[in-house]
Structures are given as structure tokens and as C-alpha cells.
Design a protein around this ligand. Structure first.
Ligand SMILES: Nc1nc2c([nH]c(=O)n2[C@H]2C[C@H](O)[C@@H](COP(=O)(O)OP(=O)(O)OP(=O)(O)O)O2)c(=O)[nH]1
Ligand SMILES: [Mg+2]
Length: 321
């Protein structure tokens, strides 16, 4: 049997969203590969304690604002410089720290833009983590039907000014002419910002109207046999079968809902955080929690292993409050 190594991993994030990678120093297994700072959890230590100790030892800093994220198990084969082992990685976001970064182990540092990672190779266990980090923590869903177009566009502008980076346009009540007209306005409004827009429709419609992405409902997801080209692709899932289908198709992300009871689907009870966390366990595709979400639920969703939260009324209302 290979040994299980538990590891605390620190994803240092700057306010502009860049995160820190470090090269593994000479003399360690997988030397020269890029990773997040961190290291083995010692006996008697919690993952959070190991995180702080490793940050002090490797970087000379003390994390002051941390947030648990995904746990990920990975089997490493034996290589010329390392034996076979299974690692259980406990990823944490580190949003703030004391002290100035020092390369205490002779490692190199590289701050990475989430969508333009430019150092390679990154340790193979981290591939799904890099994919998740290329997406922002909040996914907004349009609500023109309830708010009316002028109010919605105003609210959208305010969210864009506050850093919104991912938007789903979901307005099934509109006919195709009205949807084309609304799409043009939304895409124009978003163009100067770093915000990608997905249309909840078929991939053909999304491409035709000039969207960067398509959001599949669960019916379209189940009917699909290959990931559409040239689009960022997300899908709505309500059970494990659908999540697995999204993963098999190698979609960019999935939504899992309803987590909590919601106004838009009052008949559905909400699976709760415990089941939500269980369903994400072992999944490689990034997932957003949906259903009754408000901005304050982000930390809880991430502690369950989600990339973040998707919100419709919870987002647009939060800013009016
Ligand atoms: N720090 C870190 N380790 C990772 C990442 N991804 C990943 O698969 N690992 C694996 C590589 C190693 O097998 C293990 C971490 O062990 P390590 O060798 O860095 O441990 P350590 O810092 O405590 O150093 P030492 O015991 O060798 O002195 O976890 C990552 O992003 N960061
Ligand atoms: Mg280390």
C-alpha cells in the first residue's frame, strides 16, 4: 500500500485576483515543478495550523485571513526522484497576511493572472484547481423578467463596477427578437469590463448573438454528446448523474441546485450544505452553489469545495439593501 500524505496548501490571493505559485526547490521530489506554497501536516496539527507554520517556514509570512476550500486526493506514481504516494491536499485561500514574502527555500515566485497562467509545468494534482481558479467566485444570473429592463441594466452596471466577472443571461420569457435586442445591450455594457457572458439557450443561439459562453439547462446537458467548440460552457445540475455528465463532457463548470429553498422554485426543499458537500466530493469540475444564495453564503459554499455561488435575486437585491 502507498502511504497517505496530508498536505496544507496556501493559495495567496491579491485583491486584483492574482495568485502566487512557487517552484519546487532542488533536492525535493518533483523539483522545478510549480505549486502553491505549503507542505505536510505534522502529527497533532490541524490543517489550518499546518498552513500557518508552512507559510512562516517557506515564505516568512503569517496568514491573517484564511478560508478553507477544496480537499483533493491524488495518487502520485513513483518517479526518478520521488516514491509513489497518495496525497490528500487541503487547499486554503489566504486573502491577507503579515510580513513581506521571502523565498526561504530558494524557490522562485510567480504571481499568476487567473485566466493567463504563464508558468509551467504545474504539479499534476493541481490541474482541476487551476481550472476552478480561472473562474470568479460569483456567477450572476439575469433577472429582467422580475426587475424590468432599465432597473436590471442599472443594477448590472453597478455590479460590473464592483468587479462582476461572470454573467448568465436567462430570460426564457423573451421571444427571439426581444432576446437579441436585450443581448446587444448587455454585451455592450459588459464589453469594457473583464466580464464573460453566457446565454442560457442552445450553443448555436449563443454564438449567433455574440456571447462568449453558453449555459445549458439539464435537459440540454443530458442530450449533448460533445462539448461545443469556441464557447465557455456551464450547465445546470440537480443530481450526481448530471454532474458526472458535465464532467465527462469536460464542461468548464456546473451549477448544483437547489442548495437552500428559493423563491424561484418554492416547491423544491433544498438539499442543504451537507448533501451539497457530499455530491462535490471527488468531482474534478468546478461547481457553483445555487438556490437561496446571498453574498454572505460564499465562505460556506467554498468550505464545501465549491468554486463559489451563483445568484439571481440574492445578488441584485443585496446591492439595493
Ligand atoms: N505544497 C504543495 N504541495 C502539493 C501541491 N500539489 C500537490 O500535489 N502537492 C504535493 C506534492 C508533495 O508530494 C506534497 C507536499 O509535500 P512537500 O514535499 O512540499 O512537503 P513539505 O513542504 O512539508 O516539505 P518536506 O517535508 O519535503 O521538507 O503535496 C501544491 O500545490 N502545493
Ligand atoms: Mg512544501
Amino acid at each position: 500500500m502507498t502511504k497517505l500524505v496530508q498536505v496544507a496548501v496556501a493559495i495567496l490571493i491579491r485583491p486584483n485576483g492574482e495568485y502566487l505559485l512557487a517552484s519546487r526547490p532542488q533536492g525535493k521530489g518533483w523539483a522545478g515543478w510549480w505549486e502553491f506554497p505549503g507542505g505536510k501536516i505534522e502529527s497533532g496539527e490541524t490543517p489550518a495550523q499546518a498552513l500557518i507554520r508552512e507559510a512562516q517556514e517557506e515564505l516568512g509570512i503569517t496568514p491573517t485571513q484564511t478560508q478553507p476550500w477544496i480537499k483533493r486526493r491524488y495518487d502520485y506514481p513513483a518517479t526518478h526522484d520521488a516514491e509513489a504516494k497518495t496525497v490528500l491536499l487541503h487547499f486554503f485561500f489566504v486573502h491577507a497576511w503579515q510580513g513581506a514574502l521571502q523565498a526561504r527555500e530558494g524557490q522562485q515566485f510567480a504571481w499568476q493572472h487567473p485566466q493567463i497562467g504563464n508558468v509551467t509545468p504545474v504539479l499534476p494534482a493541481n490541474a482541476p484547481i487551476m481550472q476552478a481558479l480561472s473562474l470568479p467566485p460569483v456567477y450572476a444570473i439575469s433577472n429582467v423578467q422580475e426587475m424590468g429592463e432599465p432597473t436590471f441594466l442599472q443594477a448590472l452596471k453597478r455590479q460590473l463596477d464592483q468587479g462582476l466577472q461572470l454573467l448568465q443571461v436567462r430570460e426564457p420569457q423573451l421571444d427571439s427578437a426581444a432576446l437579441a435586442q436585450l443581448s446587444e445591450q448587455i454585451l455592450q455594457l459588459c464589453a469594457p469590463y473583464d466580464c464573460r457572458c453566457l446565454l442560457n439557450a442552445s450553443p448555436e443561439q449563443a454564438l449567433q448573438l455574440g456571447y462568449q459562453g453558453v449555459h445549458l439547462n439539464s435537459q440540454r446537458l443530458l442530450a449533448m454528446s460533445v462539448k461545443p467548440d469556441h464557447l465557455l460552457v456551464g450547465a445546470s445540475c440537480h443530481n450526481l448523474e448530471q454532474l458526472q455528465k458535465a464532467q465527462t463532457l469536460q464542461l468548464d463548470f456546473a451549477l448544483l441546485s437547489p442548495v437552500l429553498p428559493t423563491k424561484s422554485h418554492p416547491e423544491a426543499a433544498g438539499m442543504g450544505w451537507e448533501i451539497f458537500e457530499d455530491m462535490l466530493n471527488g468531482l474534478e469540475i468546478p461547481v457553483y452553489a445555487l438556490g437561496g444564495m446571498r453574498p454572505t453564503h460564499l465562505a460556506q459554499a467554498q468550505a464545501c469545495g465549491a468554486r463559489g455561488i451563483a445568484m439571481q435575486s440574492g445578488l441584485w437585491q443585496a446591492q439595493l439593501a
